[in-house]
Design a protein around this ligand. Structure first.
Ligand SMILES: C[S@@+](CC[C@H](N)C(=O)[O-])C[C@H]1O[C@@H](n2cnc3c(N)ncnc32)[C@H](O)[C@@H]1O
Length: 227
């Protein structure tokens, strides 16, 4: 795989371009802004953490760890348990994640260091990495997410794969149905995509789907509830 190149996004936070997928890991209009909007706020996780409700999250695509770090930072600020499971098939070497300096967006400066310390410099393709930092528990499940390696159910599912065209195996009807099954009653799946086929697959999986305003640069996104 060719090395991705760091890029500044609209809010000053960095992301990487992935040459094989032909996409950036986050919105060019603002990586941190997109993450907070789509996953923390629209996905209901921010509200839960601020209310002190222990929260289990499953993320499809750990990527550069930005969504995890922002969620974990909020959990630490509210002394709330954040139990996060991330799926990733191509974890980047630790030094490439360190270059993104996401610690500067966090109130808890030790958090990014704790994450980096838990990651190997050259990550294996498969296996499990665990980290505990205060009320934050991370479980990183390395390998193909379509093998559905998670266990149990979650208050939130963050569907943050590359786009359906670029990363189709993570947007199939059976995989979306498996993600819907992974939600606890009252749980919410959120994604930046507003594509009709995704909306219909989530509805077919029994979820109540809502279109919501997207982050900067995107008119709409989806969130879907297990009632
Ligand atoms: C858009 S990026 C995720 C960005 C991430 N959520 C963050 O906060 O930095 C999508 C991620 O999904 C991963 N991915 C793509 N296909 C996968 C698969 N079949 N199984 C597991 N991970 C996959 C990619 O390697 C990439 O890291």
């Amino acid at each position: 795989m060719k090395a991705p190149k760091p890029e500044a996004t609209g809010d000053g936070s960095l992301t990487l371009h992935h040459p094989d997928y032909g996409q950036t890991y986050h919105s060019r209009h603002g990586a941190v802004t997109e993450s907070r909007h789509v996953f923390l706020e629209q996905g209901g996780v921010g509200e839960r953490l601020r209310a002190g409700a222990p929260t289990r999250v499953l993320e499809v695509g750990f990527g550069l760890g930005l969504n995890f770090l922002l969620g974990a930072d909020l959990a630490l600020a509210h002394d709330t348990v954040f139990d996060y499971a991330g799926l990733e098939c191509a974890l980047l070497p630790r030094r490439r994640l360190a270059e993104l300096d996401y610690g500067r967006w966090l109130a808890h400066h030790g958090l990014q260091q704790a994450l980096l310390a838990a990651l190997p410099e050259q990550p294996p393709a498969t296996g499990c990495i665990r980290m505990r930092h205060g009320t934050v528990h991370l479980e990183l499940l390395l390998g193909d997410a379509t093998a559905r390696p998670w266990q149990g159910r979650f208050h939130a599912v963050w569907l943050d794969a590359f786009s359906p065209d670029a990363n189709p195996e993570l947007w199939t009807e059976p995989f979306l149905a498996a993600l819907a099954d992974a939600l606890l009653p009252g749980g919410c799946l959120s994604t930046y995509s507003a594509r009709g086929a995704v909306r219909r697959a989530l509805q077919a999986a029994g979820l109540r789907v809502e279109k919501r305003p997207g982050p900067p640069g995107k008119r709409e996104m989806l969130r879907a509830w297990r009632d």
